[in-house]
Ligand binder design. Structure first.
Ligand code: ZN
Length: 85
């Protein structure tokens, strides 16, 4: 930061020069288009599928540590009767 305009030693006046050159400010709302804003934020909007495991009973893909949605088995035991059709 520029200390040229200081009257007292150790005390820094913030002038227009400081605002324009030294301080990093937020981008004004109208300077960033909707498209660029959404492109920038899109990285947080991406959704991906949960990790799936293969059921040892039926071989279908199912969520880990949960009863299989295809056959109703968990750890080799029938937990839920799955209705067909
Ligand atoms: Zn299964």
């Amino acid at each position: 930061m520029c200390l040229k305009n200081s009257v007292y030693p150790g005390f820094v006046y913030i002038t227009e020069y400081h605002y324009s050159e030294d301080l990093k400010m937020a981008v004004p709302k109208k300077k960033k288009s909707k498209s660029r804003k959404r492109m920038h934020r899109s990285i947080n909007m991406k959704m991906d599928l949960p990790q799936m495991t293969k059921c040892p009973e039926c071989g279908g893909l199912t969520l880990p540590h949960r009863v299989c949605i295809h056959c109703g088995y968990y750890k080799g035991k029938l937990i839920v009767e799955v209705k067909k059709g």
